[in-house]
Design a protein around this ligand. Structure first.
Ligand SMILES: [Zn+2]
Length: 286
């Protein structure tokens, strides 16, 4: 039987967002043919399974209603199906609709994320990228959780060392992920990968209203998640994260309906544009 409550003892650390993206972002930069959205979704999705722990009821007709998310079997049972849905929603709906409402954040050029829906990858590239992301998550967790699979297997790695690595990895990997995000923004790589010329930040319609609703939805998600404290604090955090994703989907639908779907560029197979000096502001001449 999978360890039902194991995650509740140490939390989703290294942190689900930022730290776990540290290994996959350089992969996308090195091999742009990989599906970046699937890589990132895969690197987060094992921890989303925490939201299913300690549910009531726990079984339906003898079938468990929860997933541990970090076992080998759950790479197929949880990470693949949930990750595919997450990838689809992020690429086709959430990022194209909501990224224009993000602050561009200077060199990070976060608004470039609105272009990720312009290309389509072959199914095996999506599945492969997703599993690379989820397996990378499990590998890191194995070394940085006191109950990780590598503890007691790798010489010198005991529960105490893993506890220290838990904190160190959260900080260090988050810094690496931020650095990679800055490199991607600096080079306008998302534009290159999606075949569009970089443009200045946009001012979307109803900018203030949409941002205000996003904040309210996030606060509502936090309020609902706080009702789950009797399950455990880790479940509260991941429930907040998952409900915020649901809120983002709802808001993206509203924005899409409000602005109309006409005028969107048709999707095309993955074929990065040739990087030019105009596309790559950070490139050196000569
Ligand atoms: Zn994890």
């Amino acid at each position: 039987m999978p360890p039902l409550a194991v995650l509740c003892h140490h939390g989703p650390v290294p942190v689900t967002f930022l730290a776990h993206q540290a290994p996959v972002l350089p992969m996308k930069r090195r091999w742009p043919g990989l599906d970046g959205v699937a890589l990132v979704a895969g690197s987060m999705v094992p921890d989303l399974a925490v939201t299913t722990l300690r549910t009531t009821p726990r079984y339906l007709a003898g079938v468990p209603l929860w997933w541990e998310g970090h076992t080998l079997a759950d790479q197929w049972n949880w990470c693949l199906p949930v990750g595919l849905v997450l990838t689809l929603l992020l690429r086709r709906l959430v990022l194209p609709a909501l990224a224009p409402y993000l602050p561009d954040a200077g060199g990070f050029h976060l608004q470039d994320l609105r272009h990720v829906g312009r290309v389509r990858y072959r199914w095996w590239v999506i599945v492969g990228s997703l599993l690379i992301g989820s397996v990378s998550h499990v590998v890191i967790d194995g070394f940085t959780h006191p109950t990780g699979w590598a503890v007691g297997v790798v010489p010198g790695l005991d529960r105490g060392v893993a506890s220290v690595l838990q904190v160190v990895a959260s900080v260090a990997l988050s810094i690496v992920a931020l650095w990679q995000m800055w490199l991607i923004g600096r080079d306008r790589s998302i534009c290159v990968w999606n075949g569009v010329e970089p443009t200045p930040p946009v001012r979307p319609v109803a900018e203030t209203a949409v941002r205000a609703v996003a904040v309210l939805l996030t606060l509502a998600a936090a309020a609902w998640a706080s009702t789950q404290t009797e399950r455990c604090s880790t479940i509260v955090v991941m429930t907040w994260f998952a409900l915020s994703l649901v809120g983002a989907v709802v808001l993206a639908v509203a924005v899409r309906v409000g602005s109309g779907v006409a005028g969107r560029s048709p999707a095309r197979p993955f074929r990065p544009v040739r990087p030019t000096r105009r596309c790559v502001p950070g490139a050196r001449s000569g």
